[in-house]
Design a protein around this ligand. Structure first.
Ligand SMILES: Cc1cc2nc3c(=O)[nH]c(=O)nc-3n(C[C@H](O)[C@H](O)[C@H](O)COP(=O)(O)OP(=O)(O)OC[C@H]3O[C@@H](n4cnc5c(N)ncnc54)[C@H](O)[C@@H]3O)c2cc1C
Length: 290
């Protein structure tokens, strides 16, 4: 039987106060947003905190705005709010669409984007797309604030690069431009995704040529990974790029540390990357996906 051990909930009025509480209670304290991961982990005794610091009560930490050409999404914004936000849909539709595919409605209403990124569960969707969209996060503590590219946020499976006392306060994502094409696709059999693939391309002529590209894969490896070598073969004319998609898929698979697990073998995951790169390419170009 799994049970929760006793804990006390603290409701800070500000991020500064939350950070001070983390310092005060040390290893006995954990931050809590939606609690969809944290409480499960505590129930299974994977984590054990006597003090939970509730971030959701901090005013303004769930705001969604556009500033200087970027979306600014407060860390406690629930997946469902992001999915339904007119601001996100208008300025970065690929992000709104990816959010609509996270988990199920019950989890999306409670779980937050900040919590998802901080927990760094390997079978997650957002970080893979944020990698190709050029996302960054803001970490704040009692001693200061810093911006961290999503690429540097995740240190491994269930590990992030925050310093003690740091709280993720904001996720910043550049707005889409008319010359940008982006898409995310996932493949899922069990409760969590087996594969996630994000693609971003710059095309000055409506999909005839591609001048730059970013591609990332997640869930098949311990943490979302960019296929930097693959990105080099995803530029040029559409015909050239399409011809080289199998080569790009192999380069993505080579870059990721593919894992043999209950979701499938390494060979199977390489095969999925081939299939889903072709699909996400068409999806990013807003064409029917076969
Ligand atoms: C049934 C189920 C299915 C799911 N399916 C998917 C899926 O398909 N795709 C997917 O991507 N995810 C999936 N998830 C994961 C889900 O997205 C996460 O549970 C959720 O986003 C986590 O957010 P939270 O606010 O609940 O985090 P919490 O549980 O509150 O926190 C998670 C961790 O992050 C830390 N933390 C939280 N917020 C901050 C912050 N602002 N600063 C610093 N640290 C912080 C906490 O201390 C804790 O360690 C699924 C979860 C469940 C239960």
């Amino acid at each position: 039987m799994t049970t929760l051990s006793r804990f006390e909930i603290h409701q800070p009025a500000s991020v500064l106060e939350a950070s001070q509480m983390l310092a005060q209670y040390g290893d006995d304290a954990g931050i809590y947003a939606g609690g969809t991961e944290l409480l499960l982990a505590m129930k299974h005794a994977a984590l054990n905190y006597r003090h939970l610091i509730d971030l959701k009560v901090i005013l303004g930490l769930n705001s969604i705005n556009v500033r200087n050409g970027s979306l600014e999404i407060g860390a406690t914004s629930a997946h469902r709010s992001i999915e339904r936000s007119a601001i996100v849909r208008q300025n970065q539709p690929a992000l709104a669409e990816m959010e609509s595919q996270v988990a199920n409605v019950r989890v999306r209403v409670t779980g937050t984007l900040g919590g998802n990124l901080c927990f760094a569960e390997p079978h997650s969707d957002p970080a893979t797309l944020l990698l190709v969209l050029g996302g960054t996060v803001r970490a704040e503590s009692a001693t200061g604030a810093r911006e961290i590219p999503v690429a540097e946020l995740i240190a491994g499976a269930y590990a992030n690069n925050f310093l003690p006392g740091e709280v993720l306060t904001k996720i910043t994502v550049p707005c889409a431009k008319p010359s940008h094409r982006a898409g995310y696709m996932k493949f899922q059999v069990h409760e969590r995704p087996t594969l996630g693939l994000g693609l971003w391309m710059e095309t000055p002529d409506d999909g005839r040529t591609f001048t730059s590209a970013r591609v990332a894969v997640g869930c098949v490896c311990p943490f979302p990974t960019r296929g930097v070598e693959a990105e080099k073969v995803l530029t040029g004319s559409r015909g050239e790029v399409e011809k080289r998609l199998p080569e790009a898929a192999d380069l993505i698979a080579d870059a990721a540390d593919l894992v043999d697990d209950h979701e499938g073998s390494v060979e199977y995951k390489r095969h999925l990357i081939h299939i889903f790169l072709r699909r996400v390419f068409r999806k990013a170009l807003r064409e029917p996906v076969s």
